[in-house]
Design a protein around this ligand. Structure first.
Ligand code: ATP
Ligand code: CU1
Length: 757
């Protein structure tokens, strides 16, 4: 089974890896991936062999907290939704403020005298140097206490032998503090032996202010980072905000306002014009127009009356309606969309693998480099102060978070942006891979065309039109196929009374067998007719003529012979032509794969300028075609909507389902286009491209920063260029570097898709 957990206490990608490793060690855990941005973990495990308790324990043994996602009462509920980022931010704001109370005087004492600022008399002069040092130490300790979480998590992780970024900060800042204390001992020794002059110069390299400054700067950096991270989830939050928190419900003939999460299925809900719909349901009285753009992208409001469905998060425009709740809580359409997007963020993009590997060994390697730096400078210069300062700089300048954040933060913004545009990516991998597409295979009915057929010709040489339609529509009533639905509707509109069909059997990709009035009938395409050895020549001339117009014709036969045909036309979706041209201009091959007959398919295919056309394919053959393309080494994207497309959607490198399609198609796909427009396929590909570009920039930056930063901090350029970094500058650089990554990812919010002309 698959389960999601909330994980608390993680600060950087080393933590993430520690959790993953610890959980992966459990037997019967097949897959685990932790997301640092959403602080979630998704685990796939065999629940007959490991329990959820074991998993939670494993996370705890790595030093972090875990709870099952959605376990806490408030999870997923609109009104009680707490903002974890806001909590974190207010905590850090407090820490910063309290730290400043001690930081300001500390910096004044430590740096002020060098800048010639007036100082308290008991702190100046060689004879007072010990008092000055003591004062600095006393001011530093509170800052360390206020920011002690770095030490708690850092040292704990170090002891767990999974050091993380906090370990670096903890070791770096406490090394500076310990050094300061040691210097004070030396001073005291000097004083005790009457050697005041020789110890006075120590007053300038105590590093107490570095200890405090490192802590404050990193907290400050984390604060800005959290603020930026908060914005990365803004797209999802704005989706959540579309459902109102309260609703007016009729209970015991009284109207009561209750929180949305208390609405039960069957409740009658009242909605005034201008309000958003709280849950999914069916109108029982009133009529109105509803703006469904948030969910379907369709900007023209839809007329709704008695018996029509309404969806949560859409806006009631004009009328007052009462509706009955049919789906509440996690079952509403909007909740499912949000869950999809959130789920995508618990998966890992393949491009993150390298960064993950590196950040797994990053911290120990940095600690080793720091030790080597210290030893080398000790031996070459003999200056403890210099060696200490360099080693500390190495520790605090190294930034594993920039590496770890590079991918997930961009995926977060990318999937959120996608959701806003009506493109749902179900996994990070889908968002990453889509941009590599070589060939797009498009299903015809419902994908390129609207799938809403119009009956054009009804021809029967055996029965009157009415008699024939009666048989045809009666048999088709049991079918889900768009062709069938249109025929039924056509007959009903003509006022034809339908019969009960018996022994209904659907033949996927071929047609239908059913009994009407005790007689058995068959309907379907030419292939079905030839398979059953029916002579179709009587209708050939009509079929040929209608195929030229890209009509789809189906045959009807009784036990003896063909009794008639019905020809239907489908309309191209508004943007299909434009979308196909765009795809080709992106250098992607476009093919159509359809169950429809050859002539109809080719007429349409020529019209659209498709590269390849596959017609009269059975559902299993569709999947076969996908496989053949994959075997040729192409990255295949399949776009479809029907039940018969599900295997192909699952097989393709990327399966894209049309939002208006069947549930099973949506289930099998990696990407869902809510607005059901092919133009969004272009947007999805372009968004994938933009996201990957962004990730690459982030990764480049993170690698570049560390490969330059660490050597500079280690003093590699000190001897030749005199380049030496103060630990405080190191801490500042480190804060800025992860902030850079997050800010860069936020630029993805400016992505603009093409929209319908
Ligand atoms: N209920 C039905 N009644 C009559 N004919 C049917 C029915 N279902 C399928 N057929 C026939 O089988 C053919 C193939 O159907 P299938 O569902 O595989 O693809 P399609 O809907 O035509 O197109 P696409 O593959 O592009 O979605 C149809 O074109 C039609 O001729
Ligand atoms: Cu960092």
């Amino acid at each position: 089974m698959k389960q999601k957990y909330d994980v608390s206490g993680m600060t950087c990608s080393a933590c993430q890896l520690a959790v993953e490793k610890s959980v992966h060690k459990l037997e019967a855990v097949n897959d685990v991936s932790v997301n640092l941005i959403s602080n979630t973990m998704s685990v796939e495990f065999d629940d007959s062999k490991v329990s959820e308790k074991d998993i939670i324990k494993a996370v705890e043994s790595a030093g972090y907290g875990a709870s099952i996602k959605g376990d806490s009462k408030s999870a997923g509920k609109t009104s009680e939704r707490e903002d974890p980022y806001e909590l974190e931010l207010s905590k850090m704001r407090k820490r910063l403020l309290y730290s400043l109370i001690f930081m300001v005087p500390l910096m004044y004492i430590a740096m002020g005298s060098m800048m010639g600022l007036p100082q308290l008399s008991f702190l100046v002069g060689d004879e007072n140097v010990l008092i000055m040092a003591l004062t600095q130490m006393i001011l530093t300790i509170p800052v360390m206490i206020i920011n002690s979480h770095f030490y708690k998590t850092g040292f704990k992780a170090l002891l767990n032998r999974t050091p993380n970024m906090d370990s670096l900060i903890a070791v770096g800042s406490s090394a500076a503090f310990v050094y300061g204390v040691m210097v004070m001992y030396k001073m005291a020794y000097g004083f005790g032996h009457g050697d005041v002059a020789s110890v006075a110069h120590y007053g300038h390299d105590l590093y107490f202010e570095s200890t405090a400054m490192i802590l404050v700067l990193i907290t400050l950096g984390k604060y800005f980072e959290a603020r930026a991270k908060k914005r990365t989830s803004s797209a999802i939050n704005s989706l959540m905000d579309l459902t109102p928190q309260f609703a007016t419900v009729e209970r015991d003939n009284e109207q009561v306002d209750i929180p949305v999460e208390e609405i039960l299925i069957g409740d009658i809900i009242l909605v005034k014009p201008g309000s958003n719909i709280p849950v999914d349901g069916k109108i029982v009285s009133g009529q109105t127009t509803i703006d469904e753009s948030a969910l379907t992208g369709e900007s023209i409001p839809v007329e709704k009356k008695d018996g029509d469905n309404v969806m949560a998060a859409t806006t009631n425009k004009t009328g007052f309606i009462k509706f009955e709740a049919t789906h509440v809580g996690e079952d509403t359409t909007i909740a499912k969309i949000i869950e999809l997007v959130e789920d995508a963020n618990t998966t890992k993009a393949p491009i993150a693998k390298l960064a993950d590997k590196i950040s797994g060994v990053f911290v120990p390697v940095v600690i080793i480099i720091a030790i080597v730096t210290f030893i080398v400078w000790m031996f070459t210069s003999g200056d403890v102060s210099l060696a200490t300062s360099m080693a500390i700089s190495v520790l605090v300048i190294s930034c594993p978070c920039a590496l770890g954040l590079a991918t997930p933060v961009a995926i977060m913004v990318g999937t959120g942006k996608g959701a806003k545009l009506g493109i749902l990516f179900k996994s990070a991998e889908a968002l990453e891979n889509l941009h590599n597409t070589d060939v797009v295979l498009l299903d015809k009915t419902g994908t390129i065309t609207s799938g809403e057929f119009n009956v054009r010709e009804v021809i029967s040489k055996k029965y009157s039109e009415e008699e024939f339609l009666k048989i045809a529509a009666s048999m088709e009533r049991g079918s889900e196929h768009p062709l069938a639905k249109s025929i039924v509707k056509y007959a009903q509109d003509k006022g034809i009374e339908l019969e009960e069909a018996k022994n209904f059997t659907a033949l996927a990709g071929l047609g239908v067998i059913a009994e009407v009035n005790g007689k058995s009938y068959l309907t379907g395409n030419l292939k079905l007719m030839t398979d059953e050895e029916f002579d179709t020549s009587e209708y050939e001339e009509y079929i040929d003529e209608f195929s030229e117009k890209a009509y789809t014709s189906i045959y009807f036969a009784d036990e003896d012979s063909v009794i008639g045909i019905i020809s239907l036309s489908d309309t191209l979706k508004e943007n299909s032509q434009e979308a196909i041209e765009e795809l080709k201009s992106l250098g992607i091959k476009v093919a159509m794969v359809t169950g429809d007959n050859k002539k109809t398919a080719e007429t349409l295919g020529r019209q659209l300028g498709l590269d390849e056309i596959y017609s009269e394919v059975l559902p299993a053959q569709k999947e076969q075609i996908v496989r053949e393309h994959i075997e040729k080494g192409q990255k295949v994207c399949f776009v479809g909507d029907g039940i018969n497309d599900a295997p192909s959607l699952a097989r393709a490198d990327i399966g894209v389902a049309i939002g208006a399609g069947t549930d099973i198609a949506i289930e099998s796909a990696d990407v869902v286009l809510i607005k059901s427009s092919l133009l969004d396929l272009i947007n999805a590909i372009k968004l994938s491209n933009a996201t990957i570009k962004n990730i690459k920039q982030n990764l480049f930056w993170a690698f570049f920063y560390n490969t330059i930063g660490i050597p500079v901090a280690a003093g590699v350029f000190y001897s030749s260029f005199g380049l030496k970094l103060n630990p405080m500058i190191g801490a500042l650089a480190m804060s800025l570097s992860s902030l850079f990554v997050v800010s860069n990812a936020l630029r993805l919010n400016f992505f603009k898709g093409i929209s319908a002309k």
